[in-house]
Design a protein around this ligand. Structure first.
Ligand code: FES
Length: 238
């Protein structure tokens, strides 16, 4: 049994036991270090990311989408939120520690951005949802919302589930920030990822969309970043 398989079994057990309390802080899965670039060639600099604008890139596989977001405010893993007991996830990066990235594969039924449509999106404006902790409908901004069945995740808290049927947080993508060049690298993934289940269910369609034969092909040393609104023809908001 390899390390990734063993870790996934452990993760599955934890998910069963604690459901929404689980945050994206479990052991890191190391993948290749990929430089995030703008479009096809130019390196992307952290200060070029517009606050509140959701961007998409594909990592750690050529077919697995991730959201890249500059939340505008510092995101730390040791603030007054459940991530404080999970030191592995280090919060935001960049000059203000405000840039985060998460897998964009919903942990409920794996809704994810496709070229035609995306039901999962980051919302800088207020989203109305039924809060699991407050037991009432609330409005909150700065959340990742999946409109398939209305799961809501908090990207400032390791993508903790705030509402809806999602059983656990989105996997967090580890970002590395080069203070000299201001460039960003993706280096791995934390938490209960959905990659294997995604390949089982959507691998064929994803291969067609990305024009590759194997959906499990790892991302390259450079990956392109673009606005989610430029990638998906329709982005659903709810
Ligand atoms: S797939 Fe996202 S809420 Fe169901």
């Amino acid at each position: 049994m390899n390390r990734r398989h063993f870790t996934k079994i452990c993760t599955s057990l934890i998910v069963s036991a604690t459901t929404t309390d689980l945050i994206a802080g479990n052991e890191k899965q190391n993948y290749q270090r990929s430089l995030l670039q703008s479009g096809k060639s130019a390196p992307l600099t952290a200060d070029s990311l517009v606050v509140g604008e959701p961007y998409i890139f594909f990592y750690p596989f050529l077919t697995t989408p991730c959201l890249l977001i500059n939340l505008g405010n510092r995101v730390s893993s040791d603030s007054d939120n459940p991530t404080k007991n999970e030191p592995q996830w280090r919060g935001g990066v960049g000059e203000k520690n405000s840039i985060v990235a998460y897998s964009a594969i919903c942990s409920h039924k794996m809704s994810h951005p496709a070229k035609e449509i995306s039901f999962i999106n980051y919302r800088h404006d207020p989203v109305s949802f039924y809060s699991q902790t407050e037991r009432k409908t609330v409005e909150k901004s700065g959340l990742i919302s999946c409109c398939s069945e209305r799961s809501v995740y908090d990207p400032a808290q390791g993508a903790r589930v705030l509402g809806g049927p999602a059983p656990h947080p989105l996997a967090a993508i580890e970002l590395e920030y080069d203070e000299t060049t201001k460039q960003l690298y993706a280096t791995g993934s934390y938490g209960a990822d959905m990659y294997d289940r995604f390949f089982d269910k959507f691998g064929f369609r994803a291969s067609m969309e990305h024009k590759i034969s194997d959906p499990k092909t790892l991302s390259k040393p450079r990956v392109s970043v673009q606005k989610l609104s430029d990638y998906s023809r329709q982005t659903i908001k709810c």
